[in-house]
Structure formats: structure tokens, C-alpha cells
Design a protein around this ligand. Structure first.
Ligand SMILES: [Zn+2]
Length: 427
């Protein structure tokens, strides 16, 4: 007998009345009214079943450290980096592991089953690397954790940084990171991109750099990243994270840059919650939003994912592993309120980051891994609007988390006894 049968689901692509049969950790069949039985059956009652949420950009080594040793008073990126520098020497492996595991619990509860986390390699002890490699193995049965070697203090501006990145990769870290805009000069930034992309090419790894996370319109390392990706044959394996300087760039320059990014097969990862919080800090009014040019990149065929980036750490005091909150913020900041645009925002926290991470067997089709989330919403747009409850989270055909539906009772004369969050609608 099969492990799990979900009846009467709506899929993100709009198909309705779909049954999903799971066996041996995979989707065995997906069709209307499957004549089969399973050890467990869930009636989706026409609600949305989506592949799990995927976070393309996170920092698991710093998560849940908010307030340690003090809060970020200015709220800026640079004070956050300084604060993290104060905190790093006091970290212990056990504490990093404990916080990361706690965060992964939150993630599972929210249907977030794959995370790409940057891990700071600038501490010569590589404590965080060891801790997160351990966590990667611990959570493997229920969450895919992909690690990026991230030289937070700069590759060329801090001694030993290049050596530490290579050591981290030798230890099994998956992806090559970088931070070119944080190097001392533009030339050093470009050089760091070249060196790191060559390391990735030599080792057949993917690249994901913090790139141009600044309001400086002349921070143009994404151009170098695209050039190196093309030169080294890394097409489709390189992501630029943040790319906030693109917000402030000259339109003529961007009209040349975006086609280059497309040709180089670059992916873009915006981090809406963090970008809207950290960028534009030196502006008075008007105050820039600072997020990269998401609709324009999408229109040019550049894949764009939305990452959470931070949760309760030196850079961001809020967050709860809810990728629907991330999608909602991205939608608002980019003003993507058209029906198709809103669906693209849902893709930006599901299928698009899954492709950027290169996840194997992701999706809802026979043969895919039986990983999915039953949401209390009828379609992706409603899921974003309601930050829909994750009624059931399934990994490998097994329900690993459940949440109750969102309910509010009313005691009002002449009004219903409870709130209906999903009214009938025209679209
Ligand atoms: Zn980041």
C-alpha cells in the first residue's frame, strides 16, 4: 500500500481536483480521482498543495542571536557587520548548532524545506562552518541545507580569507560565496570575483555572491560576475545576491547590464525584507527602496528568487521563517500587483530558488520527491495575501508538521459566528 494519498488538491498552476499518491518517498501518481488506497489519506478539500518553500539566501550561523551582545542601534548594514564581528569570538559550536536546529524547526513548521545558507568563513577557527556542516547532516532527513562559503570580512582585505574559503570548501561546503563591494577598492572587488569564480570553475561548484549590496550606483560588480560566469563556462550556476545598487543605477547602463546578465545565465536573489530595511539609510527624502529591479529582470528572462536573508540577528530583529511574508514584501516593494506578477512572487519562494539551488526531484509531478505543503488558500495569490496556514507539511510522503486553520470567532449581533477569510471572488 502507498504511504500517503492527498485528495482533491488545487496545484499552483491552476489545476483543480487533483489527487497525489506518494510511495517510497516519491510521487507515484498525480491525476484526478486516482483509484488507490494509502496508509494515510488527507482531504485537501480543494485547497492549494504546493511544492515546499525554498529560501535561496539565508544566514544560519547568525540567526536567533538578536540582542547578543547588544542590539543594532543604527539599524544599518555596517553596524550589523561590526556587531557580528563583536559576537563572533564569543560563539561556541554548540550554541550555533542549537540555534540552527531551532530555526530549522521553525522552517519545517512553515513548510520551508530547503535553505541556502551563507556561512561566515572569516573566523580562522571555522567554528560556524563545522557547526553548520554538522547541522546539514542532522537535518538531511527533513530539510535540504546548502552551504555557501562566505568571506564576510572581504576576500582580499582580510589576511587568510582566501585560505579559509578554500578550507571550508575542502570540508564540504557546497557553494562559493563572496562580497566584492566590501573589498577596499573597485579593482579589488573585481579581482575577488575573478579569483572566486575560478575556484568554483576548478571545483565544479556553484557561485552565490553578496554583490553590490549598497545604494552606490557605481557599485557594478554584477557586471564582472556576469563576465566571469561567461568566461569560465559557469552559465546557469552563478547567482548574484542582493544587487541593490541596480536600484540606483543609471537606466542607460542597466539597459546594457541586464542583457549581459541574461546571456551569462545569472540568477538574481533579492532579499526584500532586508533590502527595504537596510537600503536608503543615508537618504533623507525621497528615500530609496533599494531592492533590485525585479520586474525588469524577470521581463528579460533572468530568474529572480526572494530570500529571507536574516531572522532575529544583528541585521534584522524580526522574521519567522515564513517565505510567504518574504514573497509579500517582495510583491509590495517591487509593486508587482498584477495577477501574473503576484504569481511570479510565489514562484520566487518556490520553483525559482529550487532551480537556483539545483534541487533534485523538486516539483509536483510523478517521480518527483514527495515533498509538499497543504496551504489554507485556494491559489498562490491567496496564499500570499493570507500568509496561509500550513495545514500539512509533507517530506518524502510523510506528514512532518501540521498547523491548525486560521480561525476567528465573532460575537456581533446580526453577523456570522466566525470570519470567512476566503470570500467568493471574481478572479
Ligand atoms: Zn546575506
Amino acid at each position: 500500500m502507498s504511504d500517503l494519498l492527498i485528495r482533491n488538491a488545487t496545484l499552483p498552476d491552476g489545476r483543480t481536483g487533483i489527487d497525489i499518491l506518494c510511495a517510497g518517498g516519491r510521487i507515484a501518481n498525480l491525476a484526478p480521482r486516482i483509484p488507490a488506497a494509502a496508509a494515510r489519506t488527507i482531504d485537501a478539500a480543494g485547497l492549494l498543495v504546493s511544492p515546499p518553500f525554498v529560501d535561496a539566501h539565508f544566514h544560519m550561523d547568525s540567526t536567533l542571536t538578536y540582542g547578543m551582545p547588544r542590539v543594532n542601534a543604527s539599524g544599518t548594514l555596517l553596524e550589523g557587520i561590526a556587531l557580528w564581528g563583536e559576537l563572533k569570538p564569543t560563539l561556541t559550536q554548540e550554541a550555533i548548532v542549537e540555534r540552527a536546529l531551532a530555526y530549522c524547526d521553525w522552517a519545517v513548521g512553515k513548510g520551508l524545506l530547503a535553505i541556502r545558507s551563507h556561512v561566515d568563513t572569516s573566523d580562522a577557527r571555522l567554528l560556524a562552518v563545522e557547526a553548520l556542516l554538522h547541522v546539514r547532516e542532522r537535518v538531511k532527513p527533513y530539510l535540504d541545507l546548502q552551504l555557501v562559503a562566505f568571506p564576510q570580512d572581504g576576500l582580499l582585505r582580510s589576511p587568510g580569507a582566501l585560505h579559509n574559503v578554500k578550507r571550508a570548501l575542502d570540508m564540504g561546503v557546497d557553494v562559493v560565496g563572496g562580497i566584492p563591494h566590501f573589498e577596499r577598492t573597485t579593482a579589488d572587488g573585481a579581482e575577488s570575483v575573478r579569483v572566486l569564480c575560478e575556484i568554483a570553475a576548478d571545483r565544479a561548484l556553484r557561485v552565490d555572491m553578496h554583490c553590490d549590496e549598497t545604494d552606490d550606483p557605481l557599485s557594478r560588480h554584477v557586471e564582472t560576475l556576469a563576465f566571469q560566469a561567461q568566461r569560465l563556462g559557469l552559465v546557469g550556476r552563478v547567482a548574484g545576491s542582493h544587487l541593490t545598487s541596480m536600484h540606483s543605477m543609471d537606466n542607460d547602463y542597466v539597459s546594457k547590464l541586464i542583457p549581459l546578465m541574461k546571456e551569462a545565465g545569472l540568477a538574481a536573489i533579492a532579499n526584500p525584507l532586508i533590502n527595504i530595511t537596510l537600503q536608503g539609510r543615508r537618504d533623507s527624502y525621497p528615500k530609496r527602496r533599494g531592492m533590485t529591479r525585479v520586474p525588469e529582470l524577470l521581463a528579460a528572462g533572468v530568474p529572480v528568487a526572494f530570500g529571507h536573508d536574516c531572522v532575529m540577528d544583528p541585521w534584522y530583529p524580526l522574521g519567522s521563517a515564513d517565505m510567504l511574508e518574504v514573497a509579500s514584501m517582495g510583491l509590495h516593494v517591487a509593486q508587482m500587483t498584477g495577477q501574473d506578477a503576484m504569481r511570479r512572487c510565489f514562484d520566487a519562494v518556490t520553483a525559482t530558488p529550487a532551480a537556483i539551488l539545483g534541487l533534485d526531484g523538486y516539483g509536483l509531478a510523478p517521480g518527483c520527491r514527495a515533498d509538499m505543503v497543504l496551504l489554507e488558500a485556494r491559489d498562490p495569490v491567496e496564499a500570499i495575501r493570507l500568509r496561509a496556514a500550513r495545514l500539512a507539511v509533507v517530506r518524502g510522503g510523510r506528514v512532518i508538521a501540521t498547523s491548525g486553520p486560521s480561525r476567528a470567532t465573532l460575537d456581533l449581533p446580526g453577523r456570522p459566528a466566525s470570519v470567512d477569510w476566503m470570500p467568493s471572488r471574481a478572479v
